[in-house]
Write a protein that binds this ligand. Structure first.
Ligand code: PHE
Length: 353
C-alpha cells in the first residue's frame, strides 16, 4: 500500500518535471512498461490474502489510470511547446526567387515566337498591328479583294465554308487589308498576323496555319519600297548580311503586278540552311495593290497606291529554327514543344535586328 502511494507520488512529480519528450518515453517505460513499477504492483495482487485483492486491485488500477493521464497531458503539453518553438524558429522568406527546376515549365511555341519577331521588326519600320476575325464573310475574304463570285481564282484556295456558305474560315490574312481600309483614311501602314484555314494536309500543308499580312498605301509608294521593305525585314529576321531573294512574277487577283518571293537555301542532311546555296524556297506572296481593291474600300486609286504582302509564318519558323515537318507544329507533342519552344523571357528579336 505504501509502496503504491510512493510510486504514484514519485511518478507524478517526475512527469510534472519532465521537460523533454525523450525523458518522457523513459518515464512511460519505467512506470507503465511491462516490467515497470506499476505493473510490478499488479503482480503483487496474487500474493495478497483473498479479501484484500479486490480493493488493492482497484487501487492499482486507479493509480495506473492517473499516471497514464498525467503522461498523456504532459505529452500534449510538450508537443505544443515543441511546435511553438519550431514555428518561432522556421520562417518563410516569400521574397526568395522560385527555383526553376521546381516549377513545371511551359514554352513559347515557335509560331508565337516568330510572330513576335515579325511584329518587333516590322513594328520598328512603322507598321501598326491590326487583327481581323477568323470567321469571315465572302466580301472581305474574296469579293472586295477583286475575286468576284464564280471567279476561278476562288479555286486557288481550298476554302472551308460554314453552313449556308455565307460565312467561311478566312483563307488568308488579306481580308484584314479590307477591314483596315474600309473604316479608315489613307495612308495605311499595317501588319496583320493571324490564323488562316485551307482544306489541305501533307508534309508542308496543314488545314490551319499562320500568315502575317503587310499593307502600305500612300500617295507615292512603289515597287521599290516593297522590295526594300522585304529585304530589310528578311535581313533582320534571319540575321543575314546578304539576303539572296528572287522575285518571281506571279498572279494574285488583288495585286498587279504580283510576285512570289523565294529565298536562297541549301538542303543537306543537316536540314535547310537559309541565305546560301542554289535551291530556292518560296516564303511569301506580294505585289502592288490592285486599283479595284482600293476602289472597293473607297480609296481613290488615282491618288493612292501601295503594296501588300502575305508571309507564311510556319515557313519562316521552319527555315529559321530547322523544324522539318509542318504537321508537328500542331501535334501538341510535349517533346517537340520542349525542343523547339522558347523560354518566356527570350527576347523576340532576331540576331542582328
Ligand atoms: N493572300 C495571298 C496568299 O495567301 C498572299 C498575298 C498577300 C499576296 C498580299 C499578295 C499580297 O497566298
Amino acid at each position: 500500500m505504501n509502496d503504491l502511494e510512493s510510486i504514484k507520488n514519485e511518478a507524478l512529480s517526475a512527469i510534472e518535471q519532465a521537460d523533454d519528450l525523450k525523458i518522457f518515453d523513459d518515464l512511460k517505460v519505467k512506470y507503465l512498461g511491462k516490467k515497470g513499477l506499476i505493473s510490478g504492483q499488479m503482480q503483487q495482487i496474487g500474493k495478497l490474502p483473498a479479501e484484500q485483492r479486490k480493493e488493492f486491485g482497484a487501487l492499482v488500477n486507479r493509480v495506473k489510470n492517473e499516471v497514464e493521464s498525467a503522461l498523456v497531458s504532459k505529452k500534449e503539453q510538450l508537443e505544443d511547446r515543441a511546435l511553438d518553438a519550431r514555428l518561432a524558429q522556421e520562417t518563410i522568406d516569400v521574397s526568395l526567387p522560385v527555383r526553376e527546376s521546381a516549377v513545371p515549365q511551359g514554352s513559347v511555341h515557335p509560331v508565337t515566337q516568330v510572330i513576335d519577331e515579325c511584329i518587333a521588326i516590322l513594328g520598328s519600320m512603322g507598321f501598326e498591328v491590326k487583327r481581323g476575325p477568323e470567321i469571315e464573310d465572302d466580301f472581305h475574304n474574296f469579293t472586295a479583294l477583286n475575286i468576284p463570285p464564280n471567279h476561278p481564282a476562288r479555286q486557288m484556295q481550298d476554302t472551308f465554308y460554314l453552313q449556308g456558305a455565307e460565312m467561311l474560315l478566312r483563307t488568308h490574312t488579306s481580308s484584314v487589308q479590307i477591314r483596315s481600309m474600309e473604316h479608315g483614311q489613307p495612308p495605311f501602314k499595317i501588319i496583320a498576323p493571324g490564323r488562316v484555314y485551307r482544306s489541305d494536309y501533307d508534309m508542308t500543308h496543314t488545314p490551319m496555319f499562320h500568315q502575317i499580312e503587310g499593307l502600305y498605301i500612300d500617295k507615292d509608294i512603289h515597287m521599290g519600297h516593297l522590295k526594300g521593305c522585304l529585304y530589310d525585314f528578311l535581313q533582320a529576321f534571319f540575321g543575314l548580311d546578304e539576303v539572296p531573294l528572287r522575285f518571281r512574277p506571279s498572279f494574285f487577283p488583288f495585286t498587279e503586278p504580283s510576285a512570289e518571293v523565294d529565298i536562297a537555301c541549301k538542303r543537306d542532311k543537316a536540314g535547310v540552311q537559309v541565305g546560301q546555296g542554289d535551291d530556292w524556297l518560296e516564303i511569301l506572296g506580294c505585289g502592288m495593290v490592285h486599283p479595284n481593291v482600293l476602289t472597293n474600300v473607297g480609296v481613290d486609286p488615282n491618288e493612292y497606291q501601295g503594296f501588300a504582302f502575305g508571309i507564311g509564318i510556319e515557313r519562316l519558323a521552319m527555315l529559321k529554327y530547322g523544324a522539318p515537318d509542318l504537321r508537328a507544329f500542331f501535334d501538341n507533342d510535349i517533346r517537340w514543344l520542349t525542343h523547339y519552344g522558347f523560354g518566356g523571357l527570350d527576347i523576340p528579336l532576331a540576331k542582328g535586328a
